[in-house]
Design a protein around this ligand. Structure first.
Ligand code: BTN
Length: 245
C-alpha cells in the first residue's frame, strides 16, 4: 500500500485531525499525519501525551480495513514491533510493555494509541504513535511515569524525518504481512521482546484488577496472566492498564 504524507506545524492532536478530516483522505492509501507539536496530545485511557516542539515524533496513520479483518485489535502491537525493529537496527535493546509501550532501559520512550470507528463493514483505523526522540531530561521528568528519549538514552541527536521515513518503510512491510495473516507471524517476535515475562504484574480491565504472573502471549496478541488460584486469565489489548505489581 502507498503512504500519503501530511505534515503540520502545530495541531491539537494528530488523532483528532485525522478523525475530522478522514473523509478527505484516499480510502485505498495510508494517510500519515505528523506534526511538529501537539497542543492537546492524547494518550491511552484519557491521559495526556506531552508533545512540545523540538524534534519528537507525533504521528497518526489513518487507513481503512474490512471490519471483519483478523486480529484487528492487535494493530497497535504490529506498530510497536515495527518501532522495536528500527531501534534494534540502531543497536538499542528495546522491550515491549504489553500491549504497546516501548521501553529503553526500563523507561517509556514510545506509546501507541489505536482508535477505530466502525461504519457498516469498514473499520476506520487511527493508529497514533508518539516517540520521545530529542526530548530533554527536564521535560521527561514532568511525565507521570518513568520516561526517556532516544537522545537521552544514546547521547546523540536524532533526525526525526529520517526516523519517520524508516518507520513508514518498516510499518508498510509489517502491515502487509498483518493484512494477509493477522498477528500470528508476529507472535514469537513480540513474546521475545516482552518485558516482565515471568514476573508479578497487575492488569486493570476497567472493572477489576487482575494480579498474577505475566505468563505468555496468545497467537492473536492477547496476554495470559497466571492467577494465584492456578487459573489463566486472558486479557485483550483493547482495554487494559498494565503495571508491575
Ligand atoms: C500512550 O502511550 O498513552 C499512547 C500515546 C500516543 C501518543 C500519540 S502522539 C501522536 C498521536 N496523537 C495523539 O494525540 N496521540 C497519539
Amino acid at each position: 500500500m502507498e503512504i500519503v504524507d501530511i505534515h503540520l506545524d502545530s495541531v491539537d492532536s494528530t488523532q483528532t485531525y485525522a478523525k475530522e478530516h478522514r473523509k478527505e483522505f484516499d480510502s485505498d492509501k495510508i494517510t500519515c499525519i505528523s506534526a511538529e507539536e501537539q497542543t492537546k496530545g492524547k494518550g491511552r485511557f484519557t491521559r495526556k501525551w506531552i508533545s512540545p516542539k523540538g524534534g519528537n515524533l507525533y504521528v497518526t496513520f489513518y487507513f481503512q480495513l474490512p471490519a471483519q479483518s483478523l486480529h484487528l485489535s492487535s494493530l497497535g502491537q504490529i506498530l510497536v514491533l515495527s518501532v522495536t525493529k528500527l531501534f534494534i537496527k540502531e543497536n538499542l535493546c528495546p522491550k515491549i510493555k504489553w500491549p504497546n509501550d516501548v521501553l529503553l532501559g526500563g523507561k517509556k520512550v514510545a506509546g501507541i494509541l489505536c482508535e477505530m470507528e466502525f461504519e457498516e463493514d469498514v473499520a476506520h483505523v487511527f493508529l497514533g504513535i508518539g516517540i520521545n526522540v530529542n526530548m530533554e531530561e527536564g521535560i521527561l521528568h514532568s511525565i507521570d511515569q518513568p520516561a526517556t528519549s532516544l537522545s537521552v538514552s544514546t547521547g546523540k541527536k536524532w533526525d526525526t524525518k529520517t526516523l519517520l521515513k524508516d518507520l513508514q518503510k518498516q510499518f508498510l512491510k509489517d502491515f502487509d504481512i498483518f493484512c494477509k495473516e493477522g498477528f500470528t507471524p508476529f507472535h514469537c517476535q513480540f513474546e521475545n521482546l516482552m518485558a516482565y515475562k515471568g514476573e508479578p504484574v497487575t492488569c486493570y480491565d476497567g472493572q477489576k484488577e487482575w494480579k498474577g504472573i505475566c505468563h505468555s502471549l496468545c497467537n492473536d496478541g492477547q496476554l495470559n496472566i497466571y492467577l494465584p488460584n492456578g487459573d489463566i486469565k486472558t486479557l485483550s489489548s483493547g482495554d487494559i492498564h498494565f503495571k508491575i505489581k
